[in-house]
Design a protein around this ligand. Structure first.
Ligand code: GLP
Length: 263
């Protein structure tokens, strides 16, 4: 794992957007894993800007989102289907038939996980998975005690997550209590992970995820097991990290980061 610290949320989002754009240019048929949440909104705005200004081409890209709420139709303004259309899909040239999210309205929610996993396999697996970090330590919606080998399935949300995310609903009382999420095991199978975490409110949980012991209590700590994981954070989120100087030194001196020094 490597941790990159940028001065502020804008610089962190910009670095993530540049890494995604580079991956897409290198492999136009990239299978891209997408995430939702407030943190990602700026990343998607920047990708739209790269598309409009520099012609960044999504036409051959396939996408899989991490999760969706159970019981919300795609047109519901609180659904992640709606979020993705609004922030990215409707604004770039991605083929809608190549975009995938779990179906929150599946007649049999327990069958939806295996169906979704089969789609990921048929696409050849996920090349690059974008991740945020929830206040409860989750990646996707893998709440505490999610098995480290778990697969896509229905999870009951914590009260912390419900409190955090209900503000994203026009009517907060419509926030569902359950979601379908890729499992920790599913996420660990992606070829590369890219996590973005910003803001002081995430500082404590970020330190536990990145530098603490690997535990099902903080599903994000499982990223320590991944051989190709980059965590990009701002100074505020990095506040509790022990090895900040080492992480800064890596970004400042390692050749692979040279092209990103002044973006
Ligand atoms: C939701 C998503 C997570 C995301 C988290 C963080 O819970 N399921 O994938 O990481 O939100 O959201 P925010 O960026 O709004 O803090």
């Amino acid at each position: 794992m490597e941790v990159i610290i940028r001065p502020d949320a804008e610089a962190a989002a910009r670095l993530v957007a540049h890494l995604i754009a580079r991956a897409l240019r290198r492999k136009p048929d990239l299978v891209l894993g997408l995430a939702t949440g407030r943190t990602m909104e700026r990343v998607y705005d920047l990708l739209v800007e790269f598309h409009r200004r520099d012609g960044l081409d999504f036409s051959r890209c396939t996408s899989f989102n991490l999760d969706e709420y159970v019981g919300l139709p795609p047109e519901h303004p609180g659904s992640y289907h709606h979020y993705m259309r609004r922030h990215l899909f409707d604004r770039v040239n991605i083929d809608p038939s190549r975009t995938h999210l779990p179906d929150g309205m599946a007649a049999d929610p327990d069958a939806e996980g295996p169906r979704y996993e089969a789609l990921i396999r048929a696409a050849g697996g996920i090349d690059l998975q974008l991740l945020g970090l929830g206040r409860s330590g989750h990646i996707g919606f893998n709440e505490p005690l999610s098995a480290l080998r778990s697969r896509t399935r229905v999870k009951c949300l914590t009260e912390t997550t419900i409190r955090e995310n209900r503000t994203q609903f026009p009517n907060p009382d419509e926030m569902p209590r359950r979601a379908i999420t890729m499992g920790v095991g599913t996420i660990l199978e992606c070829r590369r992970l890219l996590m973005l975490v910003t803001g002081a409110a995430k500082a404590e949980v970020l330190a536990r995820a990145v530098e603490g012991p690997i535990t099902a209590m903080i599903s994000a700590s499982a990223i320590q097991l991944h051989p190709a994981c980059t965590v990009i954070v701002d100074e505020a989120a990095a506040a509790n990290l022990q090895e900040k100087d080492y992480y800064r030194w890596i970004f400042a001196t390692e050749p692979e980061w040279r092209e990103f020094q002044h973006i």
